[in-house]
Design a protein around this ligand. Sequence first.
Ligand code: PHE
Length: 341
Amino acid sequence: MGMTMQELREQFYEKLQQANAAEAFEELRVRYLGKKGEITGLLKNMGAIEPSMRKEYGAKVNALKEEVENSIKKRIEEAHARELELKIAATERYDLTLPSTLETGSYHPITLVQREVEQIFASMGFTIEDYDEIVDDYHCFEALNIPKHHPARDMQDTYYLDNGQLLKTHTSAAQNAIMRKYGAPLRAIFPGRCFRNESTDACHENTFFQMEGIMIDENISISNLIYFMKTMLSEVFQRDIKVRLRPGFFPFVEPGFELDISCLICGGEGCPSCKNSGWLELCPCGMIHPNVLKAGGIDTEKYTGFAFGLGLTRLAMMKYGIKDIRDLNSGNLKSLDQFVK
Ligand code: PHE
């Protein structure tokens, strides 16, 4: 003799109470409502029921089925809402003066943001590429339409090795190799560590992270660029953020833009993190210059594309309310333990 309906119901609620992850809810659904599920089994039992009782029995089982279905659905919705709340609570709660409670390891805030942005772009059909930190002059500059002695090089002084190679100043250094590797059409993002010879302050570091993205296809225009940027930013921040597009000059895009977001640390009022402007340059971008496409072996008659260089470090600072960029490379465990997941 199997369980009564009441016992089954009690058992189900007990298990539902213990479940807390997506897989656990799915397991419960299969266990009770699946083809071989326990409630489904009750319906199959109908033949063994006294004919006069069948109608009532069937209605009861169906009611139980519906109840179980709804309870699972409700718990899944609650779990989603809680997740979202945690995410929102995680923004702007960064406080380096809190005592450390770190017992286990945790991911670096930049890793967390990087993975999140990767997931968003992967869901839009972009592949995720890896590239070297030590590159040659051709890839970092020449292939990007920055010839020797071009003044744009002054903005990107870096560390040179004795053999003439250098530490890459931007993730754009990978553009040429990725175009050559895949050809067009192409959708790729490539996160990476970048280096510049800079004096450091609250918003400049000699080592930082960017995430480059390129999309090359027939009929790609600035609207595509704006669409992808907006989608990504609204997903990352889970709220409406103000953006503005200004003209910007980079030899490897034409036209080129600076995409700014309103500073989330001061809410646009002005603070040291945004150099008192209320805005933060987050994402230079533009339409890939034909010379760059040609250098990458792409047919410029047929294809156009956009590129962007997302400041991943800045994005992490904005998302978590980190006021000083130097905390990120400080090796201070207290700066990490607020991100334990
Ligand atoms: N590589 C540029 C920089 O680091 C940013 C950029 C990338 C601009 C892609 C336009 C397009 O300054």
